[in-house]
Write a protein that binds this ligand. Sequence first.
Ligand code: 0GZ
Length: 317
Amino acid sequence: MDRPTTGGFVKTPGWLDWYDGPSQPHFQLPPGAVDAHCHVFGPGERFPYAPERKYTPCDASKEQLFALRDHLGFARNVIVQATCHGADNRALVDACVASGGRARGVATVRRSVTDAELQTLHSAGVRGVRFNFVKRLVDFTPKDELLEIAQRIAPLGWHVVVYFEAQDLPELWDFFTALPTTVVVDHMGRPDVTQPVDGAQFGLFLRLLREHENVWTKVSCPERLSVSGPPALPGRCGPEQPPYADVIPFARRLVETFPDRVLWGTDWPHPNLKDHMPDDGLLVDWLASIVPDEAHLRRLLVDNPMRLYWPDEWKGA
Ligand SMILES: O=C(O)c1cc(C(=O)O)oc(=O)c1
């Protein structure tokens, strides 16, 4: 019962009994697909976790991440700095460098970062910084410091990734809309999916993208947002029983309305999930429910991430 699963996680009571590592997805990814949101954790002995962290994850190494990439059929990764590593980007940089150009990074930096350090991060493959506003993950960071960082990374052609809870969007609106770069919102701005897709809360998020063409979003993390959850049994999903059904209308609305400003990623190794350990194969299968056709799929998984992270290699849609 305590076999390691993906990400070095070990089953704990409460996780679904059937989970035993990522399944082989049924859904065929397009050639060149990018997993545009995933993490590496540690290994803690080599890359210690930050003293100010709010959680301590299981180690999740670059080797495990690259094995998952190949297993699922992705060509590339975008590795996002997780809060448990604070502003120490060494594990992220190590993974990007080891990927041989198949991974880009989104780092976390403080105001004290030097221009030389930014250049080193760039050479390793970093193309953005992440600002986290989720209160269970970080202490308060003054917005004037973040704005200063955004102004310094803009000339490098980098962008800003933001993570927040939907109820905090009104308070963060002015800050987000003042950012001078492309802004990528993690996990659809974390909507409450028990509210209607046409309701006020998600409506405000849609308005942010409609009124600000520099704002993109990741249609990721149905496993975090879902109330209905994954199907009870593996191999039982399909058109009649899609996984994470309650999140589909939200992701689909974004994919259809802003086809050139959406990204997707597994969020492996799924930190802080308490109720179940998601099957990454099933998460890939979930894509079938949120894209209307092949052209949208290609933009979501290939053209958009390539344009943002590998513009020199992107051949155009
Ligand atoms: O919802 C989360 O717990 C979570 C945490 C982190 C992080 O610790 O950076 O990143 C994510 O993408 C999601």
